[in-house]
Design a protein around this ligand. Sequence first.
Ligand code: PRX
Length: 674
Amino acid sequence: MVIPGLQDKEVKMFYPPEELQMDAHVPDFNSYLAMYKKSIEEPEEFWKEAVQEFYWKASPTGQMLQYNFDVSKGQVYIKFMEGAKTNMCYNVLDRNVFDHNLGEKVAYYWEGNSPDHHMTITYSQLLKQVCKCANALKQLGVKKGDRVAIYLPMIPELVFTMLACARIGAVHSIVFAGFSSDSLAERIVDAQCSVLVTADGVYRGEKLINLKQISDEALKHCHEKGSLTVQKCLVVKHYAFRTTDACSKLQTPWNVKCDVWWDEVVDTASEHCEPEWMDAEDPLFILYTSGSTGKPKGVLHTIAGYLLYTFLTFKYVFDYHHNDVYWCTADIGWITGHSYITYGPLANGATSVLFEGIPVYPHVGRLWEIIEKYRVSKFYTAPTAIRLLMKYGREPLQKYDLSSLRVLGTVGEPINPEAWFWYYNVVGQGRCPVVDTFWQTETGGHVLTPLPAATPLKPGSATLPFFGVQPSILNEHGEELEGEAEGYLVFRKPWPGIMRGIYGNQERFQNTYFKKFPGFYVTGDGCRRDKDGYYWITGRIDDMLNVSGHLLSTAEVEAALSEHSAVAEAAVVSCPHAVKGECIYCFITLKDSREFNHTLMEELKRKVREKIGPIATPDFIQNAPSLPKTRSGKIMRRVLRQIARNEKDLGDLSTLADPKVVEVLFSQRCQAAA
Ligand code: PRX
């Protein structure tokens, strides 16, 4: 690796502030290089040292990291610390309370949707609540290895439940509480969950959402699919206990055979619960992510590797120190929340903010107000949130004291220079490094990322690999490219936190990530490496959409649209969007007798919201009398993408069956799109 800044003179570099370097874990670039070198050249030693931090009931029996990435040599597998025994919950809670004396330390400042609702939870309170929940889950019949579906908003009970599962060896499958009943059902059926944990209702901004009703609809769908595995539904009284609505606006449907109120079984349960000693490679959780075929993939993570990797990345990437107050604005329903609200921060004994609300409620300065209120020092959010708040200018920030901030992080999509500079100059007041962290649900934790006191920054680049990570760029033929290059981003070897599979589907796991280039994990992202060896993510190279930092597949949106009785065919592409990064542009071919009008458009949008959730709502829907297809009948998405973006230079169209289609589509494109 070359020293950054020496080769590439074209891009301005931003160097770490000295103040941060004084007591940083990795205080300069040479220290990063030395640690990185050790992690690659002596991985056994490196990982052995790192796991000293945690409690192991039994030691590993073989090598720390064992794997096969080459499908031509047999099954793909990854194992970390095979033979070791431990418990995730014990390591992130009991160890902090009893070994590190952090019982009185705040684990979470919970800040509700309304600024009037807040609560503080210390490590010992968290441990007690988790044990109570663990005992209640056992009482509901949950055993080691069982899957528990969690459909909760950003409330403390969400953290209690996931850690309770980890304590008793159950596997949590959290479904973002903005997903529809159909999406929830699909995930419950795939993981065959035996218990569903949800809440009566929640306010998101001013909107009241009846979570119990959606949950009941989901269970009905499971039943219709002939796969109702859920025996019990545990319901948190969140709306009933924590809103100030004078009279109830919510009807909570109730099924006496299945439903149980949280306060009736959890609050009365014992505060003591022995952790279940688990194998290092036992499953910890399943988290669904969109797949290019339309059916979501249940990404499976296991205990020891994920524990170590989220611990290390949190510590080094945010340069965590004991007196920090850290805040990640993601929802725990996504991987960012799993790794960097729950497991990584708790493994480090950190104090975090847990925020239920949205950035613009009850006013557009809410995030800045919270930073001031809790004196947040490390702040992690997504480019889409930055772009949204940029629109309101500097004024909402100037009302608050943001001087506590030290490090800013971003995740989820490439950050455009304008948003980067606003984040750096306006939010961070030119004082805080911006760590642009590239990673995926599948990677478990950061894989390309700066370290704030060590890595000179280039706006828009996720910079360099984390310890133990070996990126490579391949061309179409699978050849590794050296030096400055652009192509497929792949990884040559696993690191402890990488996924172990797709739940119940080894074949799909291998086909999706390992088949195209045997010997490599294929991310699905395009990437450029510059003269300094810095990595720049150029975006997805498959049929995925990245809307506000959330991945969706074109196929799942198309499937939802095609369910409408008027639709003969649907094709969906991404289109640039000023706030969301990318938005959803749909081409619809109607059945003969149907008319394309406003009512139909609204029905189609509703259909997608119902099938997937509000995040997938189409932004543009265009009538397409016919779609551009090859002679063999394949839709030419490249052409549709260019029409949506109004790019007139379409290149080679010789494979198109009927070139006239393109003219018609151009003449009718939605003018408001890019
Ligand atoms: O395309 C990349 C983009 O988000 C994808 C992973 O999405 P998901 O599994 O939902 O996880 C999101 C949170 C980790 C990646 O394949 N992505 C994520 N972070 C970045 C990014 N693209 C560019 N820069 C990033 N920092």
